[in-house]
Design a binder for this molecule. Structure first.
Ligand code: GDP
Ligand code: IMO
Ligand code: MG
Length: 431
C-alpha cells in the first residue's frame, strides 16, 4: 500500500505545507483529514506565496487530486476565499481536482462567535485559539447536533437541525455571554451562498474514493494539520486544539484502515515554535528567541501572531516519534540557524532532581521541569542556496547527523529555505 502520512511533530507550523507541496509532484492524491481553517500551510514556488487553510497543499499540481475528508471541520466562507485566490492565479481550473466529503462538519458563524466569546471570558487563562470556531464545531459533532455538508442540500431537515443546534447556543449567548440570539431564518439566509461554493466539489463518499485509489496502487499523501503536542488526547492539554492531530487520525478522519499506511513522515523544525498559550520547555525569552523569531519570520500564517521560539526538544520529538510511529523525518528551516555561534538541543528533562527522557503526560509536571542541553557548534555560512547535503558546512552536516542518531530515525529531507526548490533530498519518497 502506498499511503504516506505527513504529520507535524511539534506544536504546528513545522513546514507541513511546503513538504506536502514538494511530495505532491509524486502523489496522485493529497488528503486533509482533521482540523479546519485554524491551519495555515504556506507554499512558495519561485518566490510566489500561497497560504492554504483548508484546501490540501497538493493543489498547485494539476494532476494531483485533493480531498477534504470527513474529519475536517469545514469553514465554507474561508474555502470560498481560497478557491477564488487559487483560480485567480490559474490553479484549480477543473473543480473535480478538489473533492469534499459530504460528511464533513460545517463550521457555522455561531461556532466562531462562541469560540471568541469563550476566549474573551477566560481572560488571562485563555487557550489562545485561532478564533475559527474549531472547538465548538467538534463539540457539536460529538454531541450529535452538527450540521454536515450534506445537510446544506436538504433545506427541510437543515432548518430542523439548525433549530436544535441554535436552541442551546442562543441560551449560552444570551444568558452567559450577553450576545443577542441568532435567528434561524437569518442563519439559513447566510448559508445560501455557501451551498453554491460547495456544490461543484461535493463527494458522497471520500472514504470509498481513497480506499479504491490505494487498492489500485495510487500514491496517496495524508496531510496533517497542527502538530503532535496540540493533540486533544496526547498534547499539552488543555492548551491543545480540539481534534486528534497524530498520525492515527489520518485513518479515522479519512475512513481508511491502518494497513493502508506505508510510512509516516514527521515534519520537524530544526528548532521549536509555539503559538498561543501553554507550556514550552525550551522556550527562549531572550535574544536567542528573538533571533529565531526574526530569522525564521515566525508569524502565524492564520492569525499573524508572533510565534514563541526555542531550541529543538528531543524529549518531545522522541515522544512524537513514538505516538505517531514516525518512520522518517523532514528537518525544516535549517537555514534559520545560520549565524548562531552555538546551537543547543534539549536531550532530557530534570524533574525534582531526577533526569528523565520521557515526555510527561501532565502539564503540571511539564511546567516544572528544567531542560538539559547538549551544545553543538554553529556555522556562519548562508546555506539557503545549497543544492546538496554535501554543500552544507561541516557543522550543519554534523547537526543533521546528531539529530538523526539521537532519535534513531532517518532524516530523509532537509529544508534550507521556504521555496519548493530549497529542498535537499537524502532519500526519495515512495522508494
Ligand atoms: P505548516 O503550518 O506546518 O504548513 O507551516 P507554516 O506554513 O505555518 O509555517 C512555516 C513557515 O516557514 C512558512 O512561512 C514557510 O514558508 C516557511 N518555511 C518552510 N520551510 C522553510 C525553510 O526550510 N526555511 C525557511 N527559512 N522557511 C521555511
Ligand atoms: P498548522 O496546521 C500552530 C493552536 C492555537 C492554539 C490552539 C487551539 O498551521 O500547523 P484552535 O483554534 O485550534 O482551537 O486553537 O492550537 N493552533 C495552531 N498552532 N499551527 C496550527 O496549524 C494551529 N492550529 C491551531 O494557536 O494554541
Ligand atoms: Mg501553519
Amino acid at each position: 500500500m502506498s499511503g504516506i502520512i505527513v504529520v507535524g511533530s511539534q506544536w504546528g507550523d513545522e513546514g507541513k505545507g511546503k513538504v506536502v507541496d514538494v511530495f505532491s509532484s509524486m502523489s496522485d492524491y493529497v488528503v486533509r483529514y482533521q482540523g479546519g481553517a485554524n491551519a495555515g500551510h504556506t507554499l512558495i514556488v519561485d518566490g510566489k506565496k500561497t497560504v492554504l487553510h483548508l484546501i490540501p497543499s497538493g493543489v498547485l499540481h494539476e494532476d494531483t487530486t485533493c480531498v477534504i475528508g470527513s474529519g475536517v471541520v469545514l469553514d465554507i466562507e474561508t474555502l470560498g476565499k481560497e478557491l477564488i485566490a487559487l483560480k485567480n492565479n490559474g490553479f484549480l481550473s477543473d473543480p473535480k481536482q478538489l473533492l469534499i466529503s459530504d460528511s464533513c462538519t460545517v463550521i457555522m458563524p455561531y461556532h466562531k462567535m462562541l469560540d471568541q466569546a469563550r476566549e474573551k471570558s477566560r481572560g488571562l487563562d485563555k487557550i489562545g485559539t485561532t478564533g475559527k470556531g474549531i472547538g465548538p464545531a467538534y463539540e457539536d459533532r460529538a454531541s450529535r447536533r452538527a450540521i454536515l455538508a450534506t445537510d446544506l442540500f436538504h433545506p427541510e431537515s437543515l432548518r430542523k437541525k439548525l433549530e436544535l443546534s441554535l436552541q442551546e447556543k442562543n441560551f449560552l449567548f444570551e444568558k452567559f455571554y450577553d450576545i443577542p440570539p441568532i435567528d434561524v431564518d437569518q442563519a439559513l439566509k447566510e448559508i445560501e451562498p455557501l451551498v453554491e461554493i460547495l456544490k461543484p466539489h461535493r463527494c458522497k463518499d471520500t472514504s470509498l474514493l481513497i480506499h479504491q485509489a490505494l487498492k489500485g496502487g495510487k500514491k496517496v499523501l495524508f496531510e496533517g494539520a497542527q502538530g503532535t503536542l496540540l493533540d486533544l488526547l496526547h498534547g499539552t492539554y488543555p492548551f491543545v486544539t480540539s481534534s486528534s492531530t497524530i498520525s492515527g487520525s489520518a485513518c479515522i478522519g479519512s475512513g481508511i484502515g491502518p494497513k493502508m499506511i506505508k510510512d509516516v513522515v514527521g515534519i520537524t523544525k530544526a528548532y521549536c515554535t509555539r503559538v498561543g498559550s501553554g507550556p514550552f520547555p525550551t522556550e527562549q525569552l531572550n535574544e536567542i528567541g528573538e533571533f529565531l523569531q526574526q530569522q525564521g519570520h515566525e508569524f502565524g500564517a492564520t492569525t499573524g501572531r508572533q510565534r514563541r521560539c526555542g531550541w529543538l526538544d528531543l524529549v518531545a520529538l522522541n515522544y512524537a516519534i513514538r505516538i505517531n510511529g514516525i518512520t522518517s523525518i523532514a528537518l525544516m528551516k535549517l537555514d534559520v540557524l545560520s549565524g548562531m555561534k552555538e546551537i543547543k538541543v534539549c536531550t532530557g528533562y530534570e524533574v525534582n532532581g531526577t533526569l528523565t527522557k520521557d515526555f510527561p503526560n501532565s502539564i503540571d509536571t511539564l511546567e516544572n521541569i528544567t531542560p538539559v542541553y547538549d551544545t553543538l557548534p554553529g556555522w556562519d555560512q548562508d546555506i539557503s542556496k545549497s543544492s546538496s547535503i554535501l554543500d552544507l558546512p561541516k557543522a550543519a552536516q554534523d547537526y543533521i547527523q546528531y539529530v538523526s542518531q539521537k532519535v534513531a530515525i532517518p532524516i530523509d529531507v532537509v529544508s534550507v529555505g521556504p521555496d519548493r526548490k530549497q529542498t535537499l533530498w537524502i532519500k526519495p519518497l515512495f522508494h
